[in-house]
Every structure is written in structure tokens, then in C-alpha cells.
Design a protein around this ligand. Sequence first.
Ligand code: ATP
Length: 235
Amino acid sequence: MLELHQVEVAYNKTATAVRGVSMHAEQGKITTLLGTNGAGKTTTLTAISGFIGMENADVVGGEIVYKGRRLNRLAPHRVSRLGIALVPERDKVFDTLTVTDNIKLTAGSAGKARAVYEEFPRLGELAGRTAGYLSGGEKQLLALAMALVTEPEVLLVDELSLGLAPRVTSDLLGELQRVQRERGLTVLLVEQNAAAALAVADYGYVMEDGRLVHDGTPEALLSHGDIMEFYLGTG
Ligand code: ATP
């Protein structure tokens, strides 16, 4: 489905942040990419989504392939037209607009925007609220809905847990999993919170210093004492 073969990404032509990453996100499943701060997870997602070009960075090696098509160096709008949507780590909602107006921005039509509230009743209750006044978890839910309303085949999600309490993170990832299962979506979920991500994922990869160091099912990763000690602070 979505495959990375020996992908290398460098900032300013020199600083290599992703070093020979090979992985794949299986169709209709949640694949999570875990790792500590600075491991290269965000860089990997921005390389897939095409936004990497705006970061003064480039895919300098390897191949990113979606349904047999090479994505390397494709502009973000072209990647999005192929059905791949990104929920970015930061600056994902417009604080001065209402929830509905945020959704309309990506929905293209009011009808589609209304359908989002059937999928996320909680957002429906907040429809007229200015996005800047939402809680952290509500903002993340809005960001998720803004991406989902474009009806992507693949959703790339960057660090939904950023700044959220563990309980809020679990609820949010639970919502993501529910919609993913209902729609049969393919999800690539970048997370620092390994426990929360592995609770909803079908498969996981662990990244360290630009390289993949482990991969496996959630059960396998969770039973690997060293990994969990390192990433969760538990043995
Ligand atoms: P985080 O959770 O903090 O976002 P991450 O695993 O997503 O961590 P990246 O943000 O991809 O990691 O960063 C990987 C490496 O690339 C780091 O060494 C970082 O300093 C570097 N890097 C990230 N963004 C830039 C940039 N715009 N210019 C130069 N180097 C960058």
C-alpha cells in the first residue's frame, strides 16, 4: 500500500534526519511510528506528505511508493489528490474561526461538513465555538475531522497526544480507531506516547536517531522489556 524503501531525508542538504528507513503501512490498518523526541518521526511524515520541500529539506535517497506510484518530491497538493491526508503536529486549526468554518475550509461543501458531526457528535455540540477557545483535546479532534472530511484513503497523523493528559490522549486515539475501523482507513500514526498508540495500532515501528530499530505487533513490542523500559519508563 504505502511503502518506504531505504528513505533518506536531509535538512539543508546536509543534516540527515532519516537514514535508510524501510517500512509499510498496510491497507485498512493502523500502523504506528514510535520514538523519542527528535528521532525523525515528523520528518518521515512530512516526506510522505510532500510538505518536506517547505522545510528546506529533501528526500535524498530511497523511494516512497503509494499504490505503485512514486511520491518522492511530489508537491503536497498532488499527494493530497492521491488520497493521502496529513494531520500536522502544530498549527492545524484556525483559532479565530468557528469549528464549523474550520471544517468548511477543508470540506469544500456544507453538506460534507454536516456529515462530520454525525461521525463526531462531540464536535457538533461545539459547532459555533471559536476554535481558539477549545480545549487541547477538542482542537485535536477538530484537526482530525478537518482531515477526515476530505475523505482520504490514507491518514498520516502526527503526535495527537502533544500537550494532552494521558486520559485525553487515549480517548482521542479511541475515536481515531473507531472511525478508522468504520471507514476501513489506512492510518500511519506518529506518537511519542507508545502505550497509547500501541493500544489502538495493528503494527508498530520504533525509530531512533533516524533509523528503525524495532518493529512488530503491539503484543510483541509490549512484551519486549527493553523497548518498553526505554519508551515508557516501565519494565
Ligand atoms: P518530535 O516528536 O520532537 O517532532 P521527531 O521524532 O518527530 O521528534 P523530527 O522532528 O523529525 O523528530 O526531527 C528529526 C531530526 O531532524 C532532529 O535532529 C531535528 O533537530 C532535525 N530537524 C527537524 N526539523 C528541522 C528543520 N526544520 N531544520 C533542520 N533540522 C531539523
